[in-house]
Design a protein around this ligand. Structure first.
Ligand code: HGY
Ligand code: MN
Ligand code: MN
Length: 414
């Protein structure tokens, strides 16, 4: 009789696919840029669809460009267990974030099909079109599409920073923007995502697998500070209303507040732009981003109002105006307790060391968890580095994660 020991993902193919997908969108200066519906995104979607086909899976693309590979079940053919992750990257991102969940998911379904035959319940792997919010302020566009949470109105409203609308992006690559609601599906029973940890815990403790318990909530805001443009040489310091100095003080205040609050609060000012942007003009206007996260939504909301109050006080003190606009909000999520147990038991039975941990990074699973029982498998990130070109997970950890995924899917679907 077959056991989970018969299910192991091949290292050579996984290595080859991580490297090949990791070359799509690579920039000469290092790091990947694979943004929703751009040329690199199209090439990556074609590549993973080819791999799904080679694995003997039934392939399909939906209305928002999610790519699926299906291993149909023998009895429960109408319902499915879904695995996968996102194909887009941040600017200058690494080759494991999102990608590992796709290539690992294809490898898992391929080994199950080859060694165990057809499952009882249908299994599908998905390359999700968008998660990062790198090109549009519409994070999780692919998962929201599948969950029926996108609309033609949103598609008509969203543009990238160059003013290209999602409608034009979709039309350029042959997708019909009006058909976005058709991506919704009601047949998914479970979502299971393999991902790199992106933080230092597993690598620091020498643990092979993370069983994710929950994901921190986050809010993205744009803060605009307005002052007065003046001549850099002729305007005495005490006559200035310098928007850049005000924004810089706010950024320092935010960092100090997060440090003072202590772990697990994290706050990041990752973008700052000044107008008119001249060396010799006092800045009239500055816009900066805020990314604030905490596993407790009430604590996070309290911190947000504290930050807003302190920004307003700083602005007033320096004779500036400030406007704060919400850009994105994702509530904290809990992973399904039953599935966490399946992951933990399967890791034990496989002889893999594991620990339970909470994710500071956001994921597609965060949204899925509000709709269907969802779980995540983490593998270590060397040095805890991610969202940068040096992001790295050794091959043996990738193989272990994909093998655990395959064994978990076996237990769920056969
Ligand atoms: O921002 C995040 O945590 C995710 O990588 N999109
Ligand atoms: Mn990411
Ligand atoms: Mn990711």
């Amino acid at each position: 009789m077959a056991t989970i020991d018969d299910i192991s993902v091949s290292p050579d193919e996984l290595r080859d696919r991580i490297e090949r997908l990791g070359a799509v969108g690579e920039r000469p200066a290092g790091g990947l840029v694979r943004f929703l519906y751009d040329d690199a995104w199209c090439a990556a979607a074609d590549l993973v669809e080819r791999w799904m086909r080679q694995a003997g899976l039934q392939t399909r693309r939906d209305a928002v460009g999610n790519v699926f590979g299906r291993l149909p079940g023998t009895t429960e053919t109408e319902r499915t267990i879904l695995t996968g992750s996102h194909i887009d990257t941040v600017r200058g991102g690494g080759k494991y974030d999102g990608a590992l969940g796709i290539v690992g998911g294809i490898a898992a379904l391929a080994v199950l099909k080859e060694r165990m035959g057809r499952p009882r319940r249908s299994l599908e792997v998905v390359a999700i079109c968008e998660e990062e919010g790198s090109r549009i302020a519409g994070n999780l566009f692919g998962s929201r599409g599948m969950l029926g949470l996108t609309s033609a109105a949103e598609t008509a409203r969203l543009t990238d920073p160059d003013g290209v609308s999602v409608v034009d992006m979709m039309t350029r690559i042959g997708l019909d923007p009006a058909a976005v609601p058709d991506a919704a599906r009601r047949d998914v029973d479970h979502f299971v995502e393999l991902h790199i940890e992106q933080g230092p815990v597993l690598d620091g403790t020498g643990t092979q697998i993370g069983v994710v318990t929950g994901i921190a909530g986050m809010r993205h805001q744009l803060v605009t500070v307005c002052g007065q443009p003046d001549h850099a040489g002729a305007t005495p310091m005490d006559r200035r209303r310098d928007a850049l100095q005000g924004a810089a003080r706010m950024a320092v205040m935010i960092d100090e507040l997060a440090r003072g609050t202590g772990e697990p609060t994290v706050a990041t000012v990752g973008q700052m732009q000044a107008w008119p942007g001249s060396v010799n003009t006092v800045a009239e206007r500055v816009t900066f981003s805020l990314d604030l996260r905490h596993p407790s939504d009430p604590v996070r909301l309290e911190l947000l109002s504290e930050i807003e109050g302190r920004c307003r006080a700083l602005a007033e003190h320096h004779g500036l105006a400030v406007e704060i606009v919400d850009r994105w909000e994702e509530q904290a999520a809990q992973m399904d307790a039953g599935l966490q147990q399946v992951l933990a038991d399967t890791a034990d039975d496989s002889g893999f060391s594991w620990s339970a941990l909470s994710s500071g990074a956001a994921h597609d699973s965060q949204l899925w968890a509000r709709h269907v029982p969802t779980s995540m498998i983490f593998v270590p990130s060397v040095g805890g580095r991610s969202h940068c070109a040096v992001e790295y997970t050794p091959l043996e950890d990738c193989v272990r994660g994909a093998t655990l995924l395959a064994r978990v899917l076996y237990r769920m679907a056969y």
